[in-house]
Design a protein around this ligand. Structure first.
Ligand SMILES: Nc1nc2c(c(=O)[nH]1)N[C@H]1C(S)=C(S)[C@@H](COP(=O)(O)O)O[C@H]1N2
Ligand SMILES: [Mo]
Length: 544
């Protein structure tokens, strides 16, 4: 009997939580109300110890690689699915627990039980969601909305319990008859409850998906529209290496990454939305002249700097798609700090982001490198929400994990504070690890050269701002042979390389390695991405 009540409670909890999730999703799409499953998941990720987080991410990525899923495209979706599943699980467990407690008490359940039940389940969720979430609507409205939803959840749960276990059928004499009528009645009730829950869930998710799709198209259109005039404004249409005779082998990734294809990495389940018209950047702490800069200040008070930049993520494996190249525009941090008048005892900048991300930057590093900038534009257009609107920092030669997006504050300090990922056991410096990658063995694009057939092979090599002096290819473990190098877009981008290989049928293995500007070879030893970035030789096997 006890087990049965627990199981029924779990079932009803699940049946009620599914439409609850969908209603929150609709509230988010329609009015920017909070979506508690994501807020809860973000909060858990923020407070869990670093080791648990990295273990979880590794497990997820390994699973995706095993299943052959594109990690860059699908990792966020997988996390979002986990967040919703976790919330459903909470609802199922809560349903079981409440049924069990109601059954223990034996007394009649009333309205108050529903209210208490709803609040017990909802209160922690509401506190986290309204307190930490980034809903775009006023917190009081968020509070009201979630309170109502969870109250209804609790009331319907208790009402269901009453309906299932506390109704006494009259007019029946034998106990057997009573038991039988109750059984049939329970089954019917659960069917109706399940049907209603399913109907709300299906209709609500359909509508929500429709609204989300419309919003995505609107954003893409905005991006596309902005993207069309950027080339005229910034002269991007002619790349500095346009005349280079070395051209990429067919199938090599684009040298300049289309903005919509640039990889995205962020700690929360969704990118952080900041209203850039009201946003201001406080520069505070150990300065004689604290600043409060608007976006327009940053764009107009300092000479804009443009730089072609390749950005990459430390967590990628050798050959990762978590790397991209575009043009960054911003204000030199040296100039901004000169205006703030940094005091002599200051040592670090502690940079704070809207999503809870943070990093420290050594002031000596900034003093030694005028290229370091606060960026407000990518590809000649204002930073998109995904990529850190309205402001992010650029630190040449470092992995993305050191470079906060969605910056909301800069504090000048004499105290070092570990960055978000450093706290979670990643490298403190996080200098880009020199790497080379085979993108294509273009068997379909064979070049006939007299009697010889040449297969174009190509890809990228990247070493932060240290340059690439040499890329070499070897086939089937033979001798290393130099590839041709295309002039890069800048000395802070990847280099496109090309190699022409005399065709031979059969199965072959191609490997690539490179050396930095000063001749330092890339590390050939295979190492995992944590803690300092993956190393090793990239290879491609092709049967032709
Ligand atoms: N505020 C904030 N900044 C952040 C992150 C983040 O999660 N939050 N992720 C970092 C990491 S790990 C990387 S690789 C880059 C990715 O930048 P992109 O998404 O524009 O490619 O942003 C960095 N800056
Ligand atoms: Mo990253």
């Amino acid at each position: 009997m006890k087990i049965k009540i627990l199981a029924t409670g779990a079932l009803v909890g699940g049946l009620l939580t599914a439409p609850l999730v969908v209603l929150m999703y609709l509230g988010k799409q329609i009015a920017g109300l909070p979506f508690a499953p994501f807020d809860l998941f973000n909060w858990i990720a923020l407070v869990l110890p670093g080791a648990v987080i990295t273990f979880g991410i590794d497990l997820m990525i390994d699973t995706m690689l095993f299943l052959g899923v594109n990690v860059a495209d699908s990792a966020k979706i997988a996390e979002q699915v986990m967040a919703v599943a976790l919330f459903l699980l909470f609802g199922i467990v809560a349903g079981a627990v409440f049924f069990w407690v109601l059954n223990l008490r034996q007394s009649k359940t009333g309205l108050l039980d529903g209210v208490v039940t709803g609040m017990l389940f909802g209160l922690p969720v509401v506190v986290i969601s309204v307190g930490l979430g980034d809903a775009t609507i006023h917190p009081v409205l968020s509070l009201l909305w979630l309170t109502v939803l969870f109250l209804v959840w609790g009331l319907v749960l208790c009402w269901s319990y009453r309906r299932l276990y506390a109704v006494e059928p009259d007019g029946l004499t034998s106990e057997d008859e009573v038991a039988k009528v109750e059984r049939v009645d329970r089954r019917q009730f659960l069917i109706v409850l399940g049907g209603t829950a399913a109907a709300i869930t299906v209709a609500g998710s359909g509508l929500g998906a429709l609204l989300a799709g419309t919003e995505r198209r609107r954003q893409e259109d905005a991006l596309g529209a902005a993207g069309t005039h950027k080339s005229e404004e910034t002269g991007l249409s002619s790349f500095p290496n346009a005349d280079d005779p070395v051209v990429a082998a067919p199938g090599t990734r684009p040298e300049y990454t289309p903005l919509k294809d640039h990889y995205k990495v962020f700690i929360e389940l969704e990118p952080t939305v900041i209203d850039s018209t009201t946003w201001k950047l406080p520069v505070t702490g150990l300065v004689d002249n604290p600043l409060m800069l608007t976006l327009e200040d940053l764009q107009t008070k300092y000479q804009p700097r443009h730089q072609y930049v390749t950005l990459s993520c430390i967590s990628g494996r050798v050959g990762t798609s978590l790397i991209g190249t575009t043009m960054w525009t911003g204000a030199s941090l040296q100039e901004v700090l000169a205006e703030a008048n940094v005091r002599s005892q200051a040592r670090y900048l502690n940079i704070i982001s809207a999503d809870g991300f943070h990093e420290s930057v050594d002031l000596d590093l900034i003093a030694s490198d005028e290229r370091i900038m606060l960026c407000y534009a990518w590809d000649g257009t204002p930073l998109s929400v995904d990529h850190g609107s309205p402001l992010r920092i650029w630190l040449p030669d470092l992995f993305g994990m050191k470079q906060p997006k969605w910056i909301t504050g800069i504090e000048v300090s004499d105290e070092y504070k570990q960055g978000y990922w450093v706290e979670r056991n990643w490298d403190e410096i996080a200098q880009v690890k020199t790497t080379s990658v085979i993108d294509t063995v273009a068997v379909d694009a064979i070049i006939e050269n007299g009697s010889q057939k040449l297969v174009p092979i190509g890809g990228i090599a990247f070493s932060g701002d240290r340059g690439i002096s040499k890329v070499e290819v070897r086939v089937d473990g033979g001798p290393w042979d130099a590839a041709q190098l295309r002039a890069p877009l800048s000395n802070t981008t990847w280099v496109i390389w090309r190699y022409e290989w005399p065709f031979e049928g059969g199965a072959h293995t191609f490997e690539v390695r490179c050396a930095e500007g000063d001749g330092t070879p890339q590390i050939e030893e295979e190492r995992a991405s944590r803690p300092s970035g993956a190393t090793g030789i990239h290879m491609e096997s092709v049967d032709m």
